[in-house]
Write a protein that binds this ligand. Structure first.
Ligand code: NAP
Length: 306
């Protein structure tokens, strides 16, 4: 057992997966969960995501050794303000937000003296969301990045590291601004590009009489999977990782123009060299164990316990 009592604030995909794994492997004495809606609490109770659900965030954190904020990035500050007066001295507050700098700015000022703040981001997810979506293996072989301030108590960081390792992840510590730039490249910009491509196809659908859906090919289907991700979560990611995302999208636009020019001028060498380089990146991801070479990438029917 790593913590006596863990409180999960928000009970969607990430919290549900944490709760199921913590309960399955006995990582906490008790896991308490708070969600604002009655329906989410009922599903969480039915699926056994936590040991106990409560309808008040302040009540959830009472006596908790670890409190993990698992709500959209834009809601972190308000939630932190609500729980702050009720935190146990010596407890650790963490989060799972996909953006780190803005979460630190929003949550940090509410964390009382004597309570540790260790922000975290598990780089694991699916396009599914809500209390039905979680499963205990979500974090297996994934990275979890911690972005604590330099003066954070090492014991608090070590203990949270042990929890994430027990959840299946490999843990790294990173500067929050660096985290936000890296994630803008690997996650945030690709999501925006997928949203754009599906949006363009939707516009075209109106002139192609539904052929975009009917003859949807693998490339487009992969984009639609990503573009089906939770709208609120992703709205908050872009609003809160503005600078890094805009920087990456600027570079993306330049590359797109270069490829556009190569197509226009018939520069096959340029296109082939470019695609050879990108194919090597895919191989690198597979070699690093972050994906499999299966041809049906992204379309596995995943078993979700009822
Ligand atoms: P989710 O499945 O959509 O669940 C979100 C939870 O937050 C729900 O329980 C929801 O409550 C609650 N919530 C939403 N807005 C709220 C508000 N304004 N005040 C209080 N509670 C609120 O989300 P998720 O995918 O688990 O994501 C949670 C966090 O993890 C986000 O910060 C996200 O950036 C981060 N993250 C996500 C992924 C991913 O791929 N999904 C990966 C890594 C990190 P109700 O159900 O009661 O409405």
């Amino acid at each position: 057992m790593i913590y006596d009592r863990v409180a999960l604030i928000g009970l969607g995909l990430i919290a549900g997966s944490m709760g199921l794994r913590m309960r399955q492997d006995g990582l906490a004495g008790e896991v308490v969960g708070y969600a604002r809606s009655e329906r989410t609490r009922a599903v969480a109770a039915r699926r056994g995501l936590v040991d106990r659900t409560v309808d008040d965030a302040a009540a959830a954190v009472l006596d908790a050794d670890l409190v993990v904020l698992c709500v959209p990035v834009g809601a972190m500050g308000a939630v932190a303000a609500a729980i702050a007066p009720h935190l146990k001295p010596g407890a650790t507050v963490s989060d799972v937000g996909s953006v780190k700098r803005d979460v630190i700015v929003a949550v940090g000022p509410h964390v009382p003296d004597g309570v540790h703040f260790v922000p975290a981001h598990p780089i694991a997810g699916t396009e599914q969301s809500g209390p039905e979506a979680g499963f205990p293996e979500l974090f297996d072989n994934r990275w979890c990045l911690l972005t604590p301030a330099a003066d954070t108590e090492p014991d608090a960081i070590d203990r949270l590291t042990r929890l994430w390792q027990a959840l299946g992840s490999t843990v790294d510590v990173m500067d929050p601004d660096h985290h936000d730039l890296v994630l803008a490249v690997t996650s945030h910009a690709p999501h925006l590009i997928a949203y754009t491509m599906v949006g363009v196809a939707d516009d075209l659908r109106r002139v192609t009489d539904s052929e975009v859906i009917k003859y949807s090919a693998a490339g487009f289907r992969d984009f639609t999977r990503i573009a089906a991700s939770d709208p609120v979560m992703w709205r908050d990611v872009f609003l809160n990782n503005k600078d890094a995302t805009l920087e990456v999208l600027g570079r993306f636009t330049e590359e797109l123009f270069a490829l556009q020019r190569a197509i226009r001028t018939g520069d096959g060498d340029m296109l082939q060299d470019y695609f050879t380089r990108t194919r090597a990146i895919r191989r690198g991801i597979i070699e690093a164990g972050q994906d499999t070479p299966d041809a049906d990438f992204g379309r596995h029917p995943r078993k979700v316990p009822s």
